[in-house]
Design a binder for this molecule. Structure first.
Ligand SMILES: NC(=O)c1ccc[n+]([C@@H]2O[C@H](COP(=O)([O-])OP(=O)(O)OC[C@H]3O[C@@H](n4cnc5c(N)ncnc54)[C@H](O)[C@@H]3O)[C@@H](O)[C@H]2O)c1
Length: 346
């Protein structure tokens, strides 16, 4: 039974729209919440019938029992200061990204080791219901050996909704493609190298790069590409966002709707084809219950609760694993800054 008491730090957008709705579905035991903005904490507690609202982290810690799990969802720059206040040995789920860059990710990992904490990172796309369905086909061997993953996003994202992004030196890969980097690592392991080009857009010159092409290099036989354009401001009909996974015996195409016509979204679809089928294999559709938001958030917390209960030794999304997602992110930015091969110099 995954009933360790959960204490939430941060009562902002993502906690209200994803964490708490997901935990309500899963029946997790959320005991209380703290936010530097007391009104937000109170409003969130009342909306989700949480028993306790705390006026400070110290007050929360005085209430939390030894088996408490802390769920931290504060702006990136606040993550390390909050983590430093949590008790030695604590179980913690930290919102992604894992710091603002690889250096901060290393600080988070070092801090968690020094304080013997079980820290996991909320890279939750790994646990989206459609990804779990694809993983089940992979686990059963029905896709064969994977040799091609493509994530292709062509949408219009209203970045101006997030004020803090205007001052951020990194936008698209750090806040968005990082989910896809993490997913590809989760499916294929660590790449040998990473190539990338991330590009600004003339309609939003005040922002850092908002479109990216990332190649995760797994050698000669495996292709893993991420292509994102968040600036397709030409209406909904040609917006698209899919994850394609191909193996030697079958393929899956997930059209995920979360980003289409944002924030309204569109329906997801899960299509697959298996060469094991009799006769000429046909594309088929699988109905999947739930979506990325909020259902994937069940899985990232489930890992922390299972580790806290001793059912698994470490969360699958432990900081020790997610540090490699941050290394790939850093490699992508470095690759983009270094640039490609100049044909005019050959
Ligand atoms: N996993 C995802 O897909 C996903 C999606 C959106 C946001 N996020 C991440 O979640 C985090 C929060 O994002 P958001 O959209 O909810 O932002 P938000 O601005 O809506 O909420 C952040 C909240 O944290 C509070 N806060 C700030 N400093 C604090 C501190 N020291 N102690 C306690 N509370 C503090 C703020 O008052 C605010 O209520 C960010 O790190 C963001 O990158 C992740």
């Amino acid at each position: 039974m995954l009933n360790a008491p959960v204490y939430i730090i941060g009562a902002g957008g993502i906690v209200n729209t994803a964490h708490l709705p997901a935990y309500a579905i899963a029946g997790y035991n959320v005991q209380g919440i703290y936010d530097i903005d007391a009104n937000k904490a109170k409003a969130t507690a009342s909306k989700f019938s949480l028993p306790h609202v705390f006026g400070s982290i110290a007050e929360m810690l005085a209430h939390a029992p030894a088996n408490a799990v802390f769920d931290v969802a504060v702006p990136g720059a606040q993550t390390i200061p909050v983590l430093q206040q949590l008790p030695e040995g604590a179980s913690v789920l930290l919102q992604k990204p894992m710091g603002e860059n690889y250096n901060e990710a290393k600080q988070i990992l070092a801090l968690s080791k020094r304080r013997k904490m079980q820290v996991a990172i909320n890279f939750q796309l790994r646990y989206a219901p459609y990804i779990l369905a694809a993983k089940e086909l992979i686990r059963q061997g029905r896709l064969g050996t994977l040799n091609d993953i493509e994530i292709n996003v062509n949408v219009y994202t209203p970045w101006h909704l997030w004020n803090f992004l205007m001052a951020s030196p990194r936008v698209e890969i750090l806040y968005h493609s990082i989910h896809y980097i993490d997913l590809i690592r989760n499916l294929l392991g660590n790449p040998q190298t990473v190539y990338a080009k991330t590009t600004k857009h003339p309609a939003m010159p005040e922002l850092a790069s908002v479109r990216s092409n990332i190649i995760m290099d797994y050698g000669e036989m495996v292709r893993a590409n991420i292509l994102t354009n968040h600036c397709h401001n030409y209406g909904e009909p040609k917006q698209q966002s899919y994850i394609k996974i191909e193996g030697s015996k079958g393929a899956v195409i997930i059209n995920f709707g979360a980003l289409i016509n944002y924030p309204r979204g569109a329906a997801d679809s899960f299509e697959y084809i298996l060469s094991e089928d009799d006769g000429a294999p046909q594309w088929r559709t699988m109905q999947i219950e739930g979506s990325w938001f909020p259902h994937a958030f069940i899985g990232s917390m489930e890992q922390v609760l299972m580790a806290a209960a001793g059912i698994i030794s470490k969360p699958d999304n432990a900081a020790e694993d997610c540090i490699d997602t941050m290394a790939c992110l850093e490699a992508a930015y470095i690759s983009s800054a270094q640039g490609g091969i100049r044909p005019d110099l050959l």
